[in-house]
Design a protein around this ligand. Structure first.
Ligand code: SF4
Length: 474
């Protein structure tokens, strides 16, 4: 579900607990301050920007130092047991500060809040506020309740809420790339997944508000937007004023037409909604990036049926062929689960061979973690021993590492149009950016008067498994 500089890492390792604050010096003008840390998928990071806007409205400024905060929020993930353990451990680290600052409030947001609800208050005495992903508008009242000494909870899921009228405050932004959430919730009931229970039914946001947000970002100097949703490509909005339907392909086109200088990406897709209409729209606009995140989860049809993924191995591989036919240079990445209930060694090998067939640029890979309340937990025994799960995951990671390196080796000598995102972490003499295929490229600044947000042509001279290296070419 997340897509930045991530290569071949298991889900939970990515994007752990980043503390957020808008890069403005405005924060000092606020009397009260909030500190927010986000975990899990890009939707959570995007939601934290909505929460920041709501708190800003209430007179809270942001701080990246939780000891200075009056309000601490953890925006949490429930996709795996480990993600929740990480949050519980993090909460213990706030105990000392809270003891020294009793009026400080601690709140838990996101999927763990929705999954556990008021039970979280019993289990974690430190916590004052518990708010689910659809209830952030009620934060001002909940904070007031908690400031009066009560515990405050709102975990109501909504069929309408999209926060379309709230302008997110960009947190920790590089000023070049930004998320725009376009759908919320998910109607697919994959048996291993908690998301339908923690984020509710699918709903699509008003298309005009999305296009306006993209225009606003472009005017502010952003040069790339990622359209976000749990199941982004099932976007479907009815414009009742015109009695018109806006499909995902239509929306992609509308955002691409904001400016040819605005790159458009999207995440996360479900293979069943990657239609020819979507692929031809991507082909039609140079600024719609040639990269699709296409979770497979397993390469075996029997396991896919147990997962309720709604497609077979053959259907999925035919979709990969279709993508490569219509978009020959398109990069594909995947989500993969190792060791799902009753998976045999042969079926595991089919996942490996599906990866080799699809030639993924990179993948998010993890072993099956049974989640309370999911269909799989209710229907199947979690019968694959942990050491077998770990060994299978290691084989999948090894396969992906080879595929990523092979894909990068094939790029040596090629010239790519790169959007500069900022300086390389390793050296201030180098820029870092990505090509349309979502590959990270690092190259020397040289004597060019360039800055983040500029496009530049770079010729690849060498590579690692995770990064392309190159030089600017005129
Ligand atoms: S598509 Fe499946 S895996 Fe993805 S969020 Fe929905 S239920 Fe979960």
């Amino acid at each position: 579900m997340e897509v930045l500089e991530l290569q071949n890492k298991t889900h939970d390792e990515t994007r752990q607990g980043e503390a957020f604050a808008p890069f403005t010096n405005e924060a000092n003008s606020f009397k009260k301050h909030f500190y927010i840390e986000s975990y899990g998928c890009a939707m959570n990071f995007s939601d934290s920007e909505i929460v920041a806007a709501i708190l800003n409205q209430q007179g809270f400024g942001a701080t990246t130092n939780f000891e200075q905060a009056d309000l601490i929020f953890l925006n949490t993930c429930s996709v795996r047991e480990k993600a929740e353990q990480t949050v519980r451990k993090r909460l213990t680290e706030f105990r000392k500060v809270k003891e020294s600052k009793p009026q400080m409030l601690v709140g838990v947001l996101g999927c763990m809040a929705e999954r556990l609800k008021a039970k979280l208050l019993e289990e974690e005495k430190l916590v004052d506020i518990v708010v689910g992903p659809d209830a952030y508008r009620s934060l001002p009242n909940l904070i007031e309740e908690a400031e009066s000494g009560q515990k405050a909870v709102n975990v109501l899921l909504s069929r309408e809420e999209t926060y379309a009228d709230i302008s997110p405050i960009r947190l920790n932004s590089n000023g070049v790339t930004a998320f725009i959430s376009i759908t919320r919730g998910c109607n697919n009931m994959c048996t291993f997944c908690v998301v339908p229970f923690t984020r509710g039914r699918e709903r699509s946001r008003n298309a005009n508000s999305i296009v306006n947000e993209a225009k606003d970002l472009f005017e502010k100097g952003y040069r790339e937007v990622t359209l976000l949703g749990q199941n982004v490509d099932s976007y479907y909005w009815v414009d009742e004023t015109k009695n018109e339907v806006v499909t995902f392909a239509n929306l992609l086109e509308q955002v691409a037409l904001v400016s040819p200088l605005l790159r458009v990406r999207f995440s996360t897709s479900h293979p069943k909604d990657i239609t020819d209409e979507v692929l031809y729209t991507i082909a039609k606009y140079e600024n719609i990036c040639k990269y699709i995140h296409l979770p497979i989860q397993s390469g075996n049809t029997r396991i896919l049926q147990l997962m309720n993924r709604t497609y077979t191995r053959e259907w999925y591989l035919a979709k990969v062929d279709r993508i490569k036919t219509i978009l020959p240079d398109c990069g594909i990445s995947a989500d993969i689960i190792a060791g799902f209930c009753t998976e045999t060694e042969e079926e595991h090998k089919e996942t490996i061979s599906a990866m080799e067939y699809s030639k993924y640029d990179y993948s998010y890979m993890f072993y099956y973690s049974e989640r309370p309340g999911t269909l799989a937990e209710r229907r199947y025994a979690d019968d694959i021993p942990e050491d077998v799960k770990k060994r299978r995951l290691a084989e999948i990671v090894e396969t992906q590492n080879k595929l990523s390196y092979q894909s990068n080796l094939q790029d040596i000598g090629k010239i790519f149009k790169v959007l500069i995102e900022g300086e390389s972490k390793k050296s201030g003499n180098d820029w870092k950016g990505r090509n349309s295929r979502n590959k990270v490229i690092v190259f020397a600044k040289g004597n060019y008067n360039l800055q983040p947000g500029d496009y530049v042509n770079v010729q690849v001279t060498e590579c690692t498994q995770g990064t392309l290296l190159g030089n600017i070419v005129d």
